[in-house]
Write a new protein. Structure first.
Length: 765
């Protein structure tokens, strides 16, 4: 089939080629009539891949010959969309609602390039109006939404469903189901709808209810509807559980015999307070004038054999998904929270990396071995941070020490943590000096009550305890990638490609709206200067988010293309095999376990890239839903809380505000501004009162409270609830301004507590 597809592409690329249908292509290739089914299947596969296009009367051509592009629809709540992940790296295309046809979010489509256009704002309060290429959908190649999750509504004798996903802007009309349901859907119920073929955008899509989840306010229904929306599995198949149960809960002595015995080494783990699966442990010691770092990772490959039911199911899941109130694990609990978890005081099998560095943090040598370890201490990030701050005495808010573990107040444990942090600072300084970008984001943990309702939002900072583990994991991943590349062992790499210069230019133009000027952002030094300039400014979160959108998404691949964000030529994922299938593949490669055919490995890399993206969207959606629910409870409270807010954008209808303590963006409508009638100054981006001359503009800080919540659109409106303060003028620079000295910049990166999106356990770089 592969050779046949190559021959078809070669035929269509010939200079004198005239469009042919499948019979003509079969004849041109000299295929006998008996093989025409193979030609048809090859043409279908190539069309689905976007390598060829089918035009009128089912003739086939290369897409570029007719200004056609294949890609994936990324829809926005307003109805417009973008065409992304285009074949051949053609870049992104704007698709207006009228040119979208019946394509929905996530669909793989064939589109025709139209012209240069103006892109509408893509999210509430987001910058818009950028010049972009525009396209029109001409055919849907692969439907992404076979089912929709939403809320039942009723009017004039019929029912319809409002989708939970605001990127699906059309209500779905309900027809009578083919098989009666045990409980008919009622208004207000959360349901799963199977969609019928949607033929025309001028009428709403239709479908039938296949599952009633319960009323929207019932406990657990929001979590269940989220899992249905993203097709997340609820449990494990019987065959998988049977294999897991057959694995001994205690490591047998025979499994330790052929391994390097490191049970006397004082290794320790540092994880979040509520973590149950500990897949990494470290030990740092001084060696002469240099350092020796030992990184011990759970040896999941010892238990999950290639081709087993455990392996097939883990590959299908791709990774664990961490929702608010529930974890959808990649492996059954007997492994993830049991025998694979590096718990303190018990024997555990590990795959270890021994990395020797000189005094400046330069890697001198690396060695890898399968080992048996016994962790001496299970620390939380808060406990480790208390050690580094010398604030361990009298702490009552920290979790109790697990049985069989040394206490975090033990002098030996404290010394191990301080030595590790001293070494991690050297690695961190060296990493940023080499060009690594500060792209960490803060994270908000949603604390739930026993009924699963949000009761507190806590911002998690990337303090030195997180940085300590992060730096050790980064160098271990890099060392493994370099070793596999040098040995030419097939494996999967973590890839973050160099961004498109046009996208960087668009971001630079957006940054100028906020007074942040820079030179050519294809120069890494310019990017570092810009990120340093916006650090601490009210628009930092917004601009960092916009900068991330201008970068390519990190994925998995079989070629070592490097990691742009980390400025590393060699990088992979080795340190989290309990929750990432990619790491399991890397462990097997490092152990000499054949990866199979090259095509199988490439297919696995593509699959786990997709599952990672799905999990990231589900996790983000989960947090956003709980935040919305939290604000709904605030709206009903007698004395709602007040929140600190910063104005990050000004639009004609109101102020876009960021709540920095809980990382939420909302709107203050101009009608909610107090004590005056306000007019919009578009040139200076502010509202000015006619009577008192009060102004509300970029950087203003004020207290706000909730005044409106729209759970369907996932939008929250606020109103001022206190005094307004103006911030100092933000730092700006241009290409000719003096950049900070590199040494000072290194110190700032090493010592400043930088927020980190991976504060939980993800370390997803």
């Amino acid at each position: 089939m592969k050779n046949l597809k190559k021959n078809i592409l070669r035929l269509l690329a010939q200079p004198g080629y005239q469009p042919l249908e499948k019979v003509g292509i079969s004849r041109a290739l000299g295929q006998p009539p008996a093989d025409r089914r193979k030609v048809r299947d090859a043409l279908s596969e190539l069309e689905m891949e976007g390598a060829i296009a089918r035009i009128r009367k089912n003739f086939y051509i290369l897409p570029a010959a007719a200004d056609l592009i294949t890609g994936t629809i990324l829809a926005f709540p307003g109805g417009n969309a973008k065409l992304i992940e285009t074949e051949g790296g053609a870049g992104d295309f704007f698709v207006s609602a009228v040119n979208l046809g019946t394509a929905m979010h996530g669909d793989r489509v064939l589109a025709r390039y139209i012209h240069e256009g103006r892109e509408e704002p893509t999210r509430r309060g987001g910058p818009g109006g950028q010049s972009t290429k525009e396209a029109r959908v001409v055919r849907i190649l692969e439907v992404a939404n076979k089912t929709v999750v939403g809320t039942v509504a009723a009017t004039k004798g019929f029912q319809y469903v409002i989708p939970d996903d605001p990127r699906l802007p059309h209500d779905v009309y309900l027809r009578k189901p083919e098989k009666p349901l045990p409980t008919p859907p009622r208004e207000g119920d959360k349901v799963v709808v199977r969609l019928d073929a949607w033929e025309s955008r001028h009428v709403n899509p239709e479908g039938e209810v296949i599952e009633v989840l319960g009323t929207a306010r019932d406990s657990g229904v929001d979590l269940l509807s989220l899992m249905r929306r993203y097709n997340l599995p609820e449990g494990f198949p019987d065959a998988v559980l049977k294999e897991a149960e057959a694995i001994p809960a205690v490591v047998p002595t025979a499994d330790c015999a052929a391994r390097e015995d490191l049970r006397a080494q004082p290794v320790l783990t540092i994880d979040p307070d509520d973590a149950k699966d500990y897949d990494d442990a470290i030990h740092v010691e001084r060696k002469g004038s240099g350092w020796l770092l030992s990184v011990h990772i759970a040896d999941v490959a010892h238990y999950v054999k290639r081709g087993s039911a455990l392996d097939k199911d883990a590959r299908q899941r791709g990774n664990s998904t961490y929702l608010c109130g529930r974890v959808v694990p990649m492996l059954p609990e007997r492994l993830s929270n049991g025998v694979c978890s590096l718990k303190a005081g018990v024997d555990r099998l590990a795959f270890s990396a021994f990395l020797e560095f000189n005094a400046q943090g330069v890697l001198r040598s690396s060695r890898f071995a399968r080992t048996v370890i016994r962790s001496v201490a299970r620390l939380t990030y808060r406990q480790a941070f208390a050690i580094l701050e010398n604030k361990t005495s009298g702490r009552k808010d920290l979790p109790r020490v697990p049985e069989g573990s040394l206490c975090y107040t033990d002098a030996r444990v404290q010394e191990r943590v301080r030595v590790a942090w001293e070494f991690a600072q050297i690695l961190r300084q060296r990493r940023f000096a080499a060009g690594s970008l500060d792209l960490d984001f803060p994270e908000v943990k949603v604390w739930l009550d026993p009924e699963g309702r949000p009761e507190k939002l806590e911002k998690i900072e990337n303090d030195p305890s997180h940085q300590l583990i992060e730096e050790c994991m980064l160098v271990a991943n890099e060392a493994v990638a370099a070793a596999l590349k040098k040995a030419r062992v097939p494996t999967v790499y973590r890839i973050h490609e160099v961004p498109d210069p046009d996208r960087l230019g668009e971001f630079r133009d957006k940054a100028r709206r906020y007074g942040c000027r820079a030179g050519d952002l294809t120069n890494r030094d310019e990017v570092q200067r810009l990120l340093a300039a916006i650090r601490g400014q009210p628009e930092e979160y917004l601009l960092k988010l916009e900068f991330l959108k201008s970068l390519k998404r990190a994925t998995y691949g079989v070629a070592p293309l490097g990691h742009y964000g980390l400025a590393k030529a060699n990088y992979t994922h080795f340190t989290s095999p309990i929750r990432r299938y990619a790491d399991l593949l890397v462990h097997r490669a490092l152990a000499g376990d054949a990866a199979g055919k090259a095509g199988e490995l490439a297919e696995a890399a593509m699959h786990i890239s997709r599952t990672e993206r799905t999990s990231a969207e589900a996790e983000k959606d989960s947090v956003q839903r709980k935040k919305i629910e939290y604000f709904e409870r605030q709206l009903r409270a007698r004395e709602p809380d007040k929140f600190r807010a910063t104005v990050i954008d000004v639009r004609s209808h109101g102020l876009v505000v960021e709540l920095p303590d809980i990382l939420f963006t909302g709107m203050i409508h101009v009608s909610r501004l107090p004590d005056d009638f306000y007019t919009f100054d578009a040139g200076r981006l502010l509202f000015r009162g006619r009577k008192g001359k009060n102004t509300f503009g970029l950087g203003a800080v004020l207290q706000v409270k909730v005044c409106r919540v729209d759970p369907f659109k996932k939008q929250v409106d606020f109103e001022p609830a206190g005094e307004v303060k103006s911030l100092e003028k933000r730092q700006t620079f241009d290409k000719g301004s003096k950049a900070p000295k590199r040494k000072d910049e290194q110190k700032r990166h090493a010592k400043k507590r930088v927020p980190n999106v991976a504060a939980r356990r993800s370390r997803k770089k």
